[in-house]
Design a protein around this ligand. Structure first.
Ligand code: S3P
Length: 207
């Protein structure tokens, strides 16, 4: 007797249903996956991925650690603000921002005006594990990384929550996080279209 092979139906890969109106900026704590998820998201959308920390290093000719050591955090934040503004003022990209960028009031204003902001939220234990793989983050060298990440989360999560979209970035496959982002983006862009239609109908000529 012929053995019947069970049909396994693959989940369709979500696609963006509307054209992107702005760049996408990923925000969130160190280790949340802004670079790894960001690169995959950019590939899926066919636009470049740019990492703001890497761009700052090129512009300054120093590593992030050197900038913090030699010139201080404020100097780094000023450079970060300028670099991010330049990057999101050009053609659409997926931008991975440094964890503190969205905490700077002016950088946040720029990001909110010129990009669709996406908060990648992750559990502290996952962040501790991921950030322990590299020792390039000056803020985590100042004490116990777990405690530092906890304190940063308490301070930063209410501000990250101002992002347009919030996505959980768990220990699962990064491609799944990308799928969720694309679903949420479709909702966001559909709502934006409706808002714009509403605005156009409110124009005096249309009344
Ligand atoms: C920082 C995060 C880092 C980097 C710098 C400061 C922060 O970027 O910008 O060390 O304040 O959280 P990642 O979030 O990409 O690690």
């Amino acid at each position: 007797m012929k053995r019947l092979r069970k049909k396994t139906r693959k989940k369709p890969i979500p696609r963006l249903r509307y054209p992107l109106t702005k760049s996408l900026a990923l925000v969130g704590l160190m280790g949340a996956g802004k670079t790894t998820v960001g690169m995959r998201l950019a590939r899926r959308l066919g636009i470049p991925f740019v990492d703001s920390d890497a761009e700052i290093e090129v512009a300054a000719g120093h590593t992030i650690s050197e900038i913090f050591e030699k010139f201080g955090e404020q100097n780094f934040r000023d450079g970060e603000r300028k670099v991010i503004d330049r990057l999101i003022s050009g053609p659409n990209i997926v931008l991975g921002t440094g964890g503190g960028a969205f905490m700077d009031e002016n950088t946040r204003k720029t990001l909110k005006a010129k990009a669709i902001t996406i908060w990648l939220r992750a559990d502290i234990e996952l962040l501790v594990e991921r950030t322990s793989r590299r020792n390039t983050r000056p803020l985590l060298k100042k004490g116990n990384p777990r405690q530092i990440l906890r304190d940063l989360a308490a301070k930063r999560y209410p501000v990250y929550a101002e992002a347009d979209i919030c996505v959980e970035s768990g220990a699962g496959a990064h491609e799944e996080v990308v799928n969720t982002i694309i679903h949420r983006l479709n909702h966001y862009l559909a709502e934006e279209r409706n808002r714009n239609k509403g605005d156009n109908n409110d124009q005096p000529g249309n009344r």
